[in-house]
Design a protein around this ligand. Sequence first.
Ligand SMILES: [Zn+2]
Length: 220
Amino acid sequence: MSDYVAATTQGDRLPQDVVLITFDDGFEDFLTTALPALEERGLRSTLYVATGLLRGKAGMRRTTCSDRMLAWSQLAELASRGVEIGAHSHTHPQLDTISRRRALTEIDGSRRLLEDELQLRISSFAYPHGYFSPLVRSLVREAGYESACAVRNALSVVGEDRFALSRLLVRAETSPGEVSVWAAGIGPQAPARERIRTRGWRAARRARAVVAPRSVYEFR
Ligand SMILES: [Zn+2]
């Protein structure tokens, strides 16, 4: 991701139909299953981890998912095998529904924890659940990140806002055929502007977040 963003901001010539492979959350099967398959094919990727969900750090609360998550001690190995590590917040909240102060702690805190652990600059962020607002976007930018991924289920285009990059979600039921079509640059395009419907949905989620602030994590 960071190589791509650097190339686009510097105006470098890119090959046609560049494909970026990203993973969110930090499940351990990234290391055991996905990475060997990527390495076999000579492919690199970016992994966005939610720092509060990783195993093996004193003073951090555990979640029901923790036995399926990567351990902190495994991150350095991933980085040494060519995986870019990005931040995906600390506790995986819907950042556009929480206070500015809490959002900043999530955005900046996860970056600092990863930088301390890896002694590397962490320059890319992925919004949990893909949700962000203009305020969240500006907090990510001010925290020093160079890029941020949304979801949007759309192809990204060169020139897209690098703090709101579109991605297509590859699910367990997504077929190799669908991925091949997307890789050829054929697929849904991101809307030019945020739709009113998206804003209405955010208002509904904010209201729900007030009612149920400790809802169960739904990863994305
Ligand atoms: Zn996630």
